[in-house]
Ligand binder design. Structure first.
Ligand code: GP9
Ligand code: MN
Length: 428
C-alpha cells in the first residue's frame, strides 16, 4: 500500500549517501558495457595453477591503470542466482528469501530499472545471452526493465558443438554478438551475459588450455578450465573493442555474478586456498566476486570499500552523471565517501570492515570469534549493523512483493510501457 511506500521513502532518506563529486559524471555520454562473468569469484584474480595464471586477460584488466577494481565486493544472491545478480545490478533491489524476483514478479511488477533510465537519457539498450530467452523469465522481465533489445539464442547460429551446458560457448557467443553490437546506435548500454563457466564446468577437449586442479573433488576441478576459457573469450572481446574504438569511448563494467564453488565443497575450497580447513568466516570471504570499472582517462587502482551487487546501480548512474537521488535504490555508490559498508547476505548474515556475522556468531576483521568478547560499545555496533541488514532486506521484499514502485515515479522518469517491446527474432 502507499503507507508501505512512505516507510520505504523514510528508509532511503536515512540511508542513501551522496555521490562523490570527484567521480560524478566522469562517464557522461559514454557507451556502457556490463560484462557478466558467470560464476566467477574474486579468488581467481591472479590465481595460479602449477605456476600458471588461470585468467591472464581478466588479471590484466583488473590491474589496468584505468580500471577501478574492488577487492571487498561480495555477491549477495539467494536462490535466484544469476537472476538475483541481474535484479540487484539493474534495480538496486535484492532477490527474494526464496525463489526469484524475475521469475515471480518480472512480468507484472513496475520497475524503474537501469535500462529504462538510460533509454530515457538517450541510450540504446540491449541484453545479450546465448541461452533461450525464457530462462529466468528474462524475455518478460527485460520488457519491464525497459530493454529495447534482447538478443537471446534465437539470434545466434547454433550447431550441436557450439553449445555446452546452458548455452552457446562464450567465444562463439561473443563472436556472433559483434554483428548486433555494431548496429546499436550510440551511446548504448549493452549487458553481455556469458555462461560457459557454469557448474558442472564442462568443456570440449580442444578448448581445455590449462590443467584441471587436483583436489579430487570432480565437481570443483574443472572450474579453472572453464574459467580459463571464459578468460580467453573475454580477452578476444576486449581486443575487438580496442580494434573498433569502443574500448576508449565506453565504460566497461565487469563483474562475477556469484560463487562457482558452493559451500558444500569445503575440503576442496581449503585445498584451492592452500589452507588446512575453512570455517564459516573463510567461506564468507570466499563470496567475494570481482567488480571492475574501466574508463579511459580515469585514475584506476584497487578500491577497498566493502560493498556488493546492490551498490552497482547507484555507482554507475553517478559515474554517468544521471541524477538518481530520488530513485528507489537500496544500495549506495561504491565511490561515495560516507557510505555504510555493512554488506548484507540474502540470509541476513553480513560482512563489514569491522565485524562479520554468520548465524549467531560474530567475527572480528581477523576472523576470530568474538561473540562473547564484545565491549558494550561493540555490542551496540553489531546490533546496529544487524538492524541495518534486516531493514534493508525487508524493505526490498516489501517493494517487490507489494509492487510498491507502481505508487512512485521519480522525477524525469516515465513509466515503462512493456507493450512497446518485442524480442522475437522474426519481428526483428
Ligand atoms: C542461464 C544462466 C544460468 O541462462 O544465466 O543461471 P544460473 O544457474 O547461474 O542462475
Ligand atoms: Mn549465474
Amino acid at each position: 500500500s502507499s503507507s508501505d511506500l512512505k516507510e520505504v521513502l523514510a528508509y532511503l532518506k536515512k540511508n542513501r549517501s551522496a555521490a562523490n563529486p570527484e567521480y560524478y559524471g566522469k562517464a557522461k555520454g559514454k557507451n556502457v558495457f556490463v560484462f557478466h562473468l558467470e560464476s566467477f569469484q574474486q579468488f581467481m584474480i591472479n590465481y595460479k595453477v602449477n605456476g600458471e595464471e588461470v585468467t591472464p586477460n581478466i588479471n590484466k584488466f583488473y590491474s589496468d591503470q584505468n580500471t577501478i577494481s574492488f577487492d571487498n565486493f561480495y555477491h549477495q544472491v539467494g536462490q535466484g542466482k544469476t537472476s538475483d545478480a541481474e535484479t540487484m545490478l539493474e534495480n538496486s533491489l535484492f532477490g527474494l528469501p526464496s525463489g526469484s524476483v524475475m521469475t515471480s514478479y518480472g512480468t507484472n511488477n513496475t520497475f524503474q530499472a537501469m535500462p529504462a533510465i538510460l533509454d530515457q537519457n538517450g541510450y540504446t539498450t540491449a541484453a545479450f545471452h546465448g541461452d533461450v530467452g525464457s530462462f529466468w523469465n528474462r524475455d518478460n522481465t527485460y520488457k519491464s526493465w525497459g530493454y529495447q533489445y534482447f538478443f537471446s539464442e534465437d539470434y545466434y547460429k547454433t550447431k550441436s558443438n557450439y553449445s555446452v551446458g546452458y548455452g552457446l560457448k562464450d567465444k562463439i557467443f561473443l563472436q556472433q554478438s559483434i554483428q548486433y553490437i555494431e548496429q546499436l546506435p550510440q551511446p548504448f548500454y549493452a549487458k553481455i551475459i556469458t555462461v560457459t563457466n557454469h557448474y558442472p564446468y564442462e568443456l570440449d577437449k580442444q578448448n581445455q588450455t590449462i590443467a584441471k586442479t587436483t583436489t579430487g573433488d570432480s565437481t570443483v576441478d574443472g572450474y579453472v578450465q572453464t574459467a580459463r576459457y571464459l578468460d580467453e573469450a573475454f580477452g578476444e572481446f576486449i581486443s575487438y573493442l580496442k580494434k573498433v574504438g569502443l574500448y576508449d569511448n565506453s565504460m566497461i563494467v565487469v563483474y562475477g555474478d556469484h560463487y562457482g564453488i558452493s559451500n558444500n565443497h569445503k575440503k576442496a575450497i581449503a585445498q584451492l586456498l592452500g589452507k588446512d580447513s575453512v570455517n564459516s568466516y573463510d567461506l564468507a570471504q570466499f563470496q567475494k566476486v570481482p567488480f571492475m570499472i574501466h574508463l579511459s582517462g580515469i585514475q584506476g587502482g584497487v578500491n577497498h570499500t566493502y560493498g556488493g551487487e546492490i551498490d552497482v546501480m547507484p555507482t554507475l548512474l553517478d559515474l554517468l552523471g544521471i541524477k538518481n537521488t530520488d530513485t528507489i535504490q537500496l544500495g549506495n555508490d561504491l565511490l561515495s565517501t560516507d557510505r555504510n559498508q555493512t554488506v548484507a547476505f540474502r540470509n541476513g548474515d553480513f560482512v563489514s570492515p569491522t565485524f562479520t556475522k554468520i548465524g549467531s556468531t560474530i567475527y572480528n576483521s581477523e576472523g576470530e570469534v568474538v561473540t562473547n568478547k564484545l565491549t558494550a560499545e561493540q555490542k551496540k555496533q553489531v546490533k546496529e549493523q544487524t538492524e541495518f541488514v534486516t531493514e534493508q532486506l525487508s524493505i526490498s521484499d516489501k517493494i517487490v512483493t507489494g509492487d510498491l514502485l507502481r505508487f512512485y515515479t521519480p522525477s524525469n522518469f516515465t513509466k515503462v510501457d512493456k507493450t512497446k517491446y518485442s524480442y522475437k527474432y522474426e519481428d526483428a
